[in-house]
Design a protein around this ligand. Sequence first.
Ligand code: TGC
Ligand code: FAD
Length: 390
Amino acid sequence: MPVGAPDFFELDNQLSAVEKGVRSAARSFVEKEVNPIISDCYIEGKFPTDLIPKIAAKGFLGPTLPKKYGGMDLNHVAYGLMLHELEAGDSGIRSFVSVQGALCMYPIYRYGSEEQKMRWLPKMAKGELVGCFGLTEPNAGSDPGGMSTTATKKGDSWEITGRKMWITNGSIADLAVVWAKDSSSGEILGFVVEKGMPGFSAPEIEGKLSLRASRTSELVLDKVNVPDSNRLPEAKGLSGPLSCLNQARFGIAWGTLGLATDCYAEALKYSQERVQFNKPIAQFQLTQKKLVELHTDISLGQIMMLQFGRMKEKDSLRHQHVSMAKMFCCELGLRAARVARSILGGSGILADFHCMRHSQNMESVFTYEGTHEVHELILGREITGLDGFY
Ligand code: TGC
Ligand code: FAD
């Protein structure tokens, strides 16, 4: 675990050399490339696009995919540990990696033809092509089945019309996986829409106070003519996009655990150094209570994520497990950031420290990829057998 991270359950002993190696490569990348620039990026509201080739060179894009498609055949625990470290740097960096790998490369890999995989995946792994994922719409967020974007078959191509909202990487993307309803059958289909196709644009969403080091855009599709060869042939129905979300949510859970750990480590160090009433503030019982609660929940989160990662490797991880992970770790990340901020007192609001930026980022991460309430309802449905959505 990184410096200051608890390893109370001695889980490090259960990690392979490859898993530890991936974690340490991601940690060094964050220390060398992300930490020195990220607070300026955040203040300026810009995503560090210069980092894309470096991120790709480290093998962080689509690493669980087979080597044939540019991946590294990594297992899911190694992937999780990588995101754990990247989100300890910034949620915007982790978001870029998640969207590229889990939400754009994965649907092409899972639902695309061999020709489509060879056409896009190796270039995406190298960072030569950036992707995004268009599911959410202005009037269909938690309920993506209510989308109104349509695809109408016209000979050998499809005419796609609609608007997607809140799309990470949208304005820097070369291609967008867009989900749309077949206007004749109502079935949800997946398409790869390419930058430059007439009628397709990706205006930036301005004024964000969260995830400022990440690009978020609309996707506007005005009668965009998309060849049938860009339709993902195996994707049919809402389970198509939802299965991609399982991949991304798994990574987000690991990532927000890393963010929580970074906040905890920052607060622990600060509290041991900061003296008030002639004592380090870590000596006050009320400070210790805050630290102990975070230490305990981070340790429990580590056990959960390692076990879920091992279950994913055995293919026994179900989407309800992923909902629990996303829900638990996001709540923990948000709480850890706020608690750390309080322990740092006035200093906690400065960009020199991490906790305030993490806290603001967590407001988005708590909401995207299924809000906290959505995951509660998914788990509620699982344990009671009663559907709270309808
Ligand atoms: P429901 O009846 O539950 O399911 C419809 C069909 O889908 C299947 N299914 C799943 N399959 C795979 N994975 C999952 N997680 C699945 N959940 C459900 C289900 O079995 C069914 O299949 P079939 O064959 O019987 O038709 O559908 P519902 O309409 O009741 O869905 C409700 C709900 C809440 C579960 C779902 O729509 C949902 O998860 N809503 C949240 C939406 C969401 O998470 N959006 C995320 C957009 S992307 C994003 O935020 C990226 S941010 C990335 C970043 O920057 O890092
Ligand atoms: P709504 O669905 O309108 O929800 C509003 C509130 O109502 C929430 O508190 C919610 O929990 C609650 N609510 C809704 N339904 C219920 C219910 N049945 N029971 C109880 N409470 C309920 N989407 C993409 O497709 N691709 C992306 O790359 C992407 N990136 C994003 C990046 C950022 C920075 C943000 C903020 C969002 C991103 N999203 C993306 C969209 C994100 O997935 C949605 O914001 C999210 O799914 C919630 O939808 P909504 O914002 O429309 O909120």
